[in-house]
Design a binder for this molecule. Structure first.
Ligand SMILES: Nc1ncnc2c1ncn2[C@@H]1O[C@H](COP(=O)(O)OP(=O)(O)O)[C@@H](O)[C@H]1O
Ligand SMILES: [Mg+2]
Length: 232
């Protein structure tokens, strides 16, 4: 579904070139549940951002269902993100003045959907992430784990092929991290979306079916495995 073909990323910092990703090639299959792991600075956020079309490789190519992101113009790339990719961030990135319901609705309004047509869908998704009682609350009234559930619902509301999550459990305690991981695993099955994380949280690595280890912008190893299972 997503092909990373000989991708390098070079940042220019203070007149010097710094290579954040060195000639990375890998494929992500539909419905994947995988994680990039590796120390801080190893290139995890860089590769997630490239996959999401938030940034462009310096060389090499990323193909989504056979289409090169590099050959898309600005509007096509925006459409790729809007229609195919859900993002989940470490710091949730919710809109603080809006309720849970409105935060989940928001991406659909950006896609020109009418609220009346999607109201039930948004409510159902809020229910699936266990937040029906909180649906009219604002993010400031929620715990970190609850905020991340809102972010997950918001990422899935467009039925994306791909969910990209940059350190999704980094701000959560162990118990909430497990709940969030189990929720994502369940939604990965129910929605058939591929989930791609990056993390250095060991709890995440127990859940994923594939782990790609990055070090200094190189792939150290790429392992497909049985997840160890459920923990709660
Ligand atoms: N916009 C940028 N400009 C210059 N250097 C950057 C930029 N983004 C990341 N880097 C550098 O690239 C390397 C990889 O960063 P990043 O992908 O954020 O790593 P990780 O997410 O694994 O911590 C780091 O050394 C970082 O300092
Ligand atoms: Mg990072």
């Amino acid at each position: 579904m997503l092909v990373i073909d000989h991708v390098s990323k070079i940042y220019r910092v203070g007149g010097q070139d710094f290579t954040a990703l060195h000639d990375i090639s890998l494929e992500v299959e539909e419905g994947a549940f995988m994680s990039f792991v590796g120390p801080s600075g190893s290139g995890k956020t860089t590769i997630i951002n490239l996959m999401g079309g938030l940034d462009q490789p310096t060389s090499g190519e990323i193909l989504f269902k056979g289409r090169s992101l590099a050959k898309m113009d600005r509007n096509e790339l925006a459409a790729y993100r809007r229609e195919n990719v859900g993002f989940i961030f470490q710091s949730y990135n919710l809109l603080p003045v809006y309720t849970v319901y409105e935060n989940v609705l928001f991406p659909l309004l950006l896609n020109d959907e009418k609220e009346s047509a999607v109201r039930e869908k948004v409510r159902a998704l809020v229910d699936q992430v266990g937040l029906s009682p909180e649906i009219n609350k604002k993010p400031t009234e929620l715990s970190g784990g609850q905020c991340q559930r809102v972010a997950i619902a918001r990422a899935l509301v467009k039925d994306p092929a791909l969910v990209l999550a940059d350190e999704p459990t980094a701000n959560l305690d162990a118990e909430n991290s497990y709940h969030i991981l189990e929720l994502m695993l369940k939604l990965n099955r129910d929605f058939k979306a591929a989930f791609i994380f990056c993390t250095h949280d060991e709890k995440v690595t127990k859940y994923v079916r594939r782990e790609v280890r990055l070090e200094d912008g190189f792939v150290e190893w790429d392992k497909t495995k049985q997840p160890e299972g459920h923990f709660s």
